[in-house]
Design a protein around this ligand. Structure first.
Ligand SMILES: NC(=O)c1ccc[n+]([C@@H]2O[C@H](COP(=O)([O-])OP(=O)(O)OC[C@H]3O[C@@H](n4cnc5c(N)ncnc54)[C@H](O)[C@@H]3O)[C@@H](O)[C@H]2O)c1
Length: 265
């Protein structure tokens, strides 16, 4: 278990929405630590990042929590500085935060909802990367992984979420080319329908659809086995993309979706 031996990772959004299953950010952080990585667990809710730290410590892994709202440039700068101070380097930046709260059609869209979703889903990726890249360039190595969504390429009623995630895909390719000569790789994952609290508990509460009914409907929409994926499916794909096994891979946007985007054509 040493695919990330000697590496230091920042996982942004390493806490999670409360719920019955594990979230994408927490699963990735736990897996990185299991594989020998030392992990800075960043979240605007420190208590939730601390829960992830406790789970990692219980398995004998090394991690520490850091409070930051990554829509703020000062917070992103402080996060990278804290990582270098605590661990001496930065090899992996995993940008996991993403929200869709209040999203709707263009006709009903409020300026506040649009701006908030773009700040959390897109601006945060740019700001965190802006402050991580100088450290990685100086090391002549590094891997940035952005968590997008298949909403970027599939039909959805979520307007700001979809367009912000499509922009994350474009930003991924842009940063991949701009940083290739510096030895820094930049890739993205588009999760499909996942059984995570962010999806199930949040949508169930917002829509009033009972949890079990929602799970049934989402399962039925997945080609592979008729069942949603879990946060571990995203985490294992992430582990590969940030590890040296993917040393020749940059600028890709990988769907982890049980075939759903293939259905879209
Ligand atoms: N669950 C799905 O079905 C699904 C599908 C496609 C894409 N995704 C993507 O997966 C990612 C989230 O996965 P998750 O399961 O870890 O979600 P989550 O909501 O459980 O956890 C995300 C964490 O990010 C933190 N966060 C939110 N805004 C922040 C900010 N501004 N600064 C710092 N921290 C902040 C939250 O406090 C939370 O702890 C998102 O990018 C989402 O778009 C999820």
């Amino acid at each position: 278990m040493s695919r990330l031996e000697g590496k230091v990772a920042i996982v942004v959004g390493a806490g999670q929405t409360p719920g019955e299953t594990i979230g994408n950010g927490r699963a990735a952080a736990i897996l990185y630590a299991r594989e020998g990585g030392r992990v800075l667990l960043v979240d605007r809710r420190l208590a939730s990042a601390e829960d992830t730290r406790a789970a990692i410590a219980a398995e004998g892994g090394e991690a520490s929590a850091f409070e930051a709202d990554v829509t703020s440039e000062a917070a992103c700068a402080a996060m990278v500085q804290a990582c270098v101070e605590r661990y001496g380097r930065l090899d992996i930046l995993h940008n996991n935060v993403g929200i869709g709260d209040g999203d709707t059609s263009v006709l009903k869209m409020s300026e506040d909802v649009w701006d908030r979703i773009f700040a959390v889903n897109l601006k945060s990726v740019m700001l965190a990367s802006k402050h991580a890249l100088p450290v990685m360039r100086a090391q002549k190595s590094g891997a940035i992984l952005n968590i997008s969504s298949i909403a970027a390429v599939c039909a959805t009623p979520l307007t700001a979420y979809k367009t912000s995630k499509a922009a994350v895909n474009a930003l991924t390719q842009q940063m991949a080319i701009a940083n290739a000569k510096h030895g820094v790789r930049v890739n993205a994952i588009m999760p499909g329908l996942m059984n995570t609290p962010m999806a199930i508990e949040t949508i169930s509460q917002a829509s009033g659809v009972p949890r079990e009914k929602l799970i049934e409907a989402r399962d039925a929409a997945v080609p592979l086995g008729g069942k949603m994926g879990t946060a571990w499916d995203v985490a294992y794909a992430a582990l590969f993309l940030v590890s040296d096994e993917a040393r020749f891979i940059t600028g890709i946007v990988l769907a982890v979706d049980g075939g759903q985007s293939a259905r879209a054509g």
